[in-house]
Structures are given as structure tokens and as C-alpha cells.
Write a protein that binds this ligand. Structure first.
Ligand code: TYM
Length: 325
């Protein structure tokens, strides 16, 4: 069984990425799994090449620092020679309307229109590249938060369609949702999910933030004036979010956690200490890894070569079945 998942370096990693994804990849990952930095996906909206390169490195270091086996990590663009052709094949299996239905495309293209910057074709086709990431490796399980579930569904549809039209080439993958923290919300605006795009905002806890900054952001988290210490995500989204973060750090349920406190202030203090302790070793190990660039390059090259080796046979089969190459 192969699990595969990725993270896009469109900004620094935040608590949603870590608690909802990376931490679980590290805890549940097996020898055959693959986790990667999806740098190609960060090109779908305006970006700076040097920053992208630096963030890719930083995220690779975060994945390893989180405890993911170094030989199971890679950088997506190192697989360009295989992902390029496979993406084209899958684009030719994908209906325009299917890509146009993607919620994330609708949201992000609306943001671009709002800002007055052009919507890139790559933003439209990126779920197909994501399908290529998954299908190239024959992955069975895709651990993702609920914002990515629709993209994994598209990969399933494309795999089935290709298999039934041209011949069996792909494993049909399935999304697996984290048991906890599938959608951590922004601390300053708990109606929105915590996102890299708002990474300089007070509502985003970055895994590399220093402890004082983390504490300050948590103290200022928006709650409500009801004064009821219960886990009610719809009525009290801000408090529920804090309880979810604390519950995930402590390995309990948000309801269990809620029962242990009598004021919002106490909850915030507990969240601050839990998050600071959870992120401290991660931050320290990430900085250690970044201070040895040669070793990080070596790990990256090894992971890329391993993933390419795995993908080669499937790509050859797909091209043969497609009548090209
Ligand atoms: P990305 O970089 O947006 O997110 C990486 C992982 O973090 C999860 N996540 C969250 N979980 C809980 N609360 C949040 N607020 C939150 N925000 C993000 C995401 O669900 C994800 O699991 N396109 C993908 C990366 C990708 C990929 C793939 C994933 C590229 N190819 C193939 C799986 C399979 C992305 O941009 O994730």
C-alpha cells in the first residue's frame, strides 16, 4: 500500500498544514509512502522565483524535521520529465467542465479577478497535474484535508476513465481525511480556513514562528461573547477552532478538552503552551537541516531519483496505451 501527499510552497507552513497533514504523514507513514513539496503548483499564481526556491527547500526541511523518512520525500519539479507528458495525457482525458467545477479554482480565480491580476491557465489545469502526481506513482491512499478532497476525486475519475478507454494503467486512489484538524481555521477570522496566502496575518500560526509570536497570536484569537465553554463549531467557531488545535496536540477529542477549562483565557493559555511545545522541536530541527545545504541537496536528489524510478514503467505503459511515444 502506498500513501502519497504533497504540500505547495506558496507560503510558509502553518498549523493547518502541520496538524492536519504533515504530523500525520510522519506518524502513519510507511516505507513505501511518498511525500513531496509541490513547487510546480506554486507557479499557478504570481510568485518570485528566488522565494519559491527558498520556500521549497524550507518545506523539504520541515517534512524531514517532522519525522518523515528522508528517503520518502522529494521535490515535485525533480520529476518534470515524467509529470509533463503524463499531465498532457490526463488533460486529454479531462473534460473542460470537470476542471471548471473545482471549488478551489473558482475561489482562487475570483481572488485574482478581485486583485486585477490575470487568472493563469495553470491555475485551471493544476488539479490535472495533481492527478498526475498521484497516478504516476500508483498511490492507493491520499491523506489530505477536506480542501483537497475534490481534487483527489478528479484523479479517481481520470484514472477510471483512462483505464476503461485505453486499458488498465492506473491504480484508482482514494482520499483519506485526517481524524482531527481537517480544517483549522484562521485565528483572526474563524469563518475562513487557515491558509498560506494570508501567512503574514495575525490569524496564521506558522510552524517556524518563534514562541513569543505564537503566544501573542493565540492570545489575540477571536472568540465570542457567549461565555459558554462547549465545543460548538457552528455557533462558536473561534472557540471550537482553539479546542480542535488543543485536542489535536493532546491526542484527545475537542469535547473532552472543553470539559477541562472554565474560561476562554485558560483555553488560550493552554493552546499557547501546547502549540509552542509542539512546534519547538520542529523549528529547531528545521533550522539544523537548513544549516547543512549539501546534506539537504543529497536527500533531495536521492528522493527524486527514487520517485522517478518508480514512475518510469507506468509512464511508458500509459504512452503506449495512448498510441504515442
Ligand atoms: P496545500 O499546500 O494547500 O496543503 C497541504 C496539506 O495541508 C492541508 N491543509 C489544511 N489542513 C487543515 N486545516 C487547514 N487550514 C489546512 N490548510 C491546508 C491540505 O489539505 C493538504 O493536505 N495541491 C496540494 C498539494 C498537492 C497534493 C498532490 C496533495 C500537490 N499534489 C497530490 C495530495 C496529492 C496543496 O496545495 O496542498
Amino acid at each position: 500500500m502506498t500513501r502519497l501527499s504533497g504540500i505547495t510552497p506558496s507560503g510558509p507552513a502553518h498549523a493547518g498544514n502541520y496538524l492536519g497533514a504533515i504530523r500525520q504523514w510522519a506518524r502513519e507513514g510507511g516505507a513505501g509512502d511518498l511525500y513531496f513539496v509541490s513547487d510546480l503548483h506554486a507557479m499557478t499564481t504570481p510568485y518570485h522565483p528566488q522565494k519559491l526556491r527558498a520556500r521549497t527547500r524550507e518545506l523539504l526541511a520541515v517534512l524531514i524535521a517532522a519525522g518523515i523518512e528522508p528517503d520518502t520525500v522529494f521535490v515535485q519539479s525533480d520529476l518534470m520529465p515524467q509529470l509533463g507528458p503524463l499531465t498532457w495525457v490526463l488533460e486529454c482525458a479531462c473534460a473542460f467542465g470537470e476542471a471548471a467545477r473545482m471549488t478551489q479554482f473558482k475561489e482562487k480565480s475570483a481572488d485574482r479577478t478581485h486583485e486585477g491580476t490575470p487568472v493563469r491557465v495553470g491555475l485551471f489545469t493544476y488539479p490535472v497535474l495533481m492527478a498526475a502526481d498521484i497516478l504516476l506513482q500508483g498511490a492507493d491512499e491520499i491523506p489530505v484535508g477536506d480542501d483537497q478532497a475534490q481534487h483527489v476525486e478528479l484523479a479517481r475519475v481520470l484514472a477510471r476513465r483512462f483505464n476503461s478507454t485505453y486499458g488498465e494503467a492506473f491504480v484508482v486512489p482514494r482520499a483519506v481525511m485526517p481524524r482531527a484538524a481537517a480544517r483549522i481555521r484562521d485565528l483572526a477570522d474563524p469563518t475562513r480556513k487557515m491558509a498560506k496566502s494570508s501567512s503574514d496575518a495575525a490569524g496564521t500560526l506558522l510552524v517556524l514562528d518563534d514562541p513569543d509570536l505564537l503566544r501573542r497570536k493565540i492570545k489575540r484569537a477571536v472568540t465570542d461573547s457567549l461565555g459558554r465553554l462547549e465545543y460548538r463549531p457552528v455557533e462558536q467557531p473561534g472557540l471550537a477552532n482553539l479546542l480542535e488545535i488543543l485536542a489535536t496536540c493532546q491526542g484527545k477529542s475537542p469535547r473532552e478538552v472543553a470539559a477541562g477549562y472554565s474560561s476562554y483565557g485558560e483555553v488560550k493559555d493552554a493552546v499557547a503552551e501546547a502549540v509552542v511545545e509542539e512546534f519547538r522541536p520542529l523549528r529547531e530541527r528545521t533550522h539544523d537541516l537548513l544549516s547543512d545545504p549539501a546534506e539537504l541537496d543529497r536527500v533531495r536528489a536521492q528522493g527524486g531519483a527514487r520517485a522517478m524510478e518508480r514512475g518510469a514503467h507506468r509512464l511508458t505503459t500509459v504512452l503506449r496505451l495512448s498510441g504515442v511515444g
